[in-house]
Unconditional design. Structure first.
Lengths: 255, 52
């Protein structure tokens, strides 16, 4: 082999062709779309989800000092605190409650804001979960209905399809802690507003139960349907009684 | 286009690669910080609520 053979062969010099530039622009555009999708359904969910969880932590700290959770006493019956206190309806777009679903992750927490406006509540980095205006408040007889994104903007209800019967759903307000138990899931069309009725899907019925309703879009990467998860309130305790044991770790740092 | 960029850049190949990496990082930062959030407000197709 001579040294000539090792030298790169000189190819005919190509000028910048229009088709070449056009092709590179197309490749660049495709890359940008893929990057955007990755950002939208993955990276931004992590970033915004973290911001929304931090906001939930800060809201509970604004409610004042936390009573220490009472040490569990196996001999005592669960205390009955009577009918739950129902908070007054909050100002539009303001956060008034926090929600905890251990099934969504031990550290999962979100602020519930008043209203389901997309840009003001559901997409907000300090809220994320929205309370349907006109539906009942936490602890109230009827239906406490909330919505959140399943993907994008924090993807708050991403794992809503993973709920199993009996899973706790905790809601905290400045007045106390409300423990709901997940009961069932329903799939409806986007127009299925019956799920927001005081007795879901029953017109003009006299409400007797305290229901929580979570709505999000279904299936993933689509908005064709809505997934709706129902829970029933099991118990409540006033703020002075301290948080339920399973969510006590969210409140321990604030004392 | 990218070939022209490569030819315009000064220095030996590793300096050019370094400059390109820095350019790519700056572009990615600008996209994530400004461009993508802006695009997101335009192509917001994610709905989570039921309504009439």
């Amino acid at each position: 082999m001579t040294s000539d053979a090792l030298r790169p062969r000189r190819r005919p010099r190509r000028g910048v062709s229009i088709i070449g530039v056009f092709g590179e622009l197309l490749i660049t555009a495709g890359l940008l779309v893929v990057l955007f999708l990755g950002w939208q359904v993955w990276w931004n969910d992590i970033v915004v989800g973290g911001q929304q969880a931090t906001a939930a932590q800060e809201l509970t700290e604004q409610w004042g000092p936390i009573e220490p959770a009472p040490s569990p006493d196996p001999s005592s019956e669960p205390q009955d605190y009577g009918d739950p206190v129902v908070s007054a309806v909050a100002a539009e777009h303001s956060g008034f409650a926090t929600i905890y679903v251990p099934r969504f992750g031990a550290d999962w927490q979100r602020v519930v804001g008043e209203g389901v406006d997309m840009s003001e509540v559901l997409n907000d980095t300090t809220l994320g979960v929205g309370h349907y205006e006109g539906t009942q408040m936490p602890g109230e007889v009827g239906n406490f209905a909330v919505a959140a994104h399943r993907q994008t903007h924090g993807g708050s209800f991403n794992q809503i399809n993973q709920l199993a019967i009996g899973d706790p759903i905790y809601v905290a307000t400045a007045d106390g802690y409300y423990t709901y138990r997940y009961r069932s899931t329903e799939y409806v069309l986007p127009s299925g507003v019956g799920v927001l009725d005081p007795v879901p899907q029953v017109d003009n019925a006299q409400a007797g139960d305290r229901i929580i309703t979570l709505t999000a879009c279904n299936p993933l990467f689509s908005t064709a349907e809505r997934i709706v998860a129902y829970g029933v309130m099991e118990s409540w305790q006033p703020r002075s009684a301290g948080p339920p044991a399973e969510i006590a770790h969210f409140f321990s740092g604030a004392a | 286009m990218y070939g022209a960029l490569w030819r315009v850049l000064p220095g030996p190949w590793w300096v050019r690669v370094l400059i390109l990496l820095l350019l790519a990082a700056a572009t990615l930062y600008a996209l994530v910080t400004w461009v993508f959030p802006w695009v997101d407000t335009i192509v917001n197709v994610q709905e989570a609520t039921v309504e009439e």
